[in-house]
Design a protein. Structure first.
Lengths: 111, 114
């Protein structure tokens, strides 16, 4: 069964304290791994797409990496405004682009 | 920046009533989706729609659910007879193409069934 697991479930950091979020997956055929940010009561906001092992993408304080079994979202020197739930999703081999989501990591950054 | 818009943002309905959730996808997108998120749970795929027909649906998307693109801009999700367990945030999403394109989500419609 296709599965996506994120860890930790929750993470509390001090402002400036760098860390990483993990997304591990077991799927029949990966056609892309996506990272989204979700604020409370809002829809997922697109951050990155990664397609192949070894690929990396960066945006401001965030950097996403991909291996054959997992992806990491590295947060460098986070600020309070980075507080949100970060969702990982995979697109498996299909004609429809359906995404399978992990349960998310809720990040709280304290000033 | 183009965005997916959804209405209503929040709806309360009686069990057994019909509900229609509306979405305006990004204008040049061709693939449309509905997902839902029950409070505290994962975002779950419901259905994908392309070329005026359903291309894939999940086990959740049973006969109580239907989707429609009534005109060139709107995409709707109808729940025929709501149940308590249908209470969730429903997200509309769209993408330019299928497999290799990013899926953009709307802000969601929060449905409460009482």
């Amino acid at each position: 069964e296709d599965q996506v697991t994120q860890s930790p479930e929750a993470l509390r950091l001090q402002e400036g304290e760098s860390s990483s979020l993990n997304c591990s997956y077991t799927v029949s055929g990966l056609r892309g791994l996506f990272w989204y940010r979700q604020d409370p009561g809002k829809g997922p906001e697109f951050l990155f797409t990664l397609y192949s092992a070894g690929e990396e993408k960066e945006k401001e304080r965030l950097k996403a990496t991909l291996t054959k079994k997992e992806s990491f979202l590295h947060i460098t020197a986070p600020k309070p405004e980075d507080s949100a739930t970060y969702l990982c999703a995979v697109r498996i081999s299909s004609n429809t682009g359906k995404l399978i989501f992990g349960q998310g990591t809720t990040l709280q950054v304290k000033p | 920046e183009p965005e997916v818009t959804q209405t209503p943002s929040h709806q309360v309905t009686q069990m057994g009533q019909e509900v229609i959730l509306r979405c305006v996808p990004i204008s040049n997108h061709l693939y449309f989706y509905w997902y839902r998120q029950i409070l505290g749970q994962k975002v779950e795929f419901l259905v994908s729609f392309y070329n005026n027909e359903i291309s894939e649906k999940s086990e959740i998307f049973d006969d109580q659910f239907s989707v429609e693109r009534p005109d060139g801009s709107n995409f709707t999700l109808k729940i025929r007879s709501t149940k308590l367990e249908d209470s969730a945030m429903y997200f509309c999403a769209s993408s330019v193409g299928g497999t290799l394109n990013t899926i953009y989500f709307g802000e969601g419609s929060w449905l409460t069934v009482v």
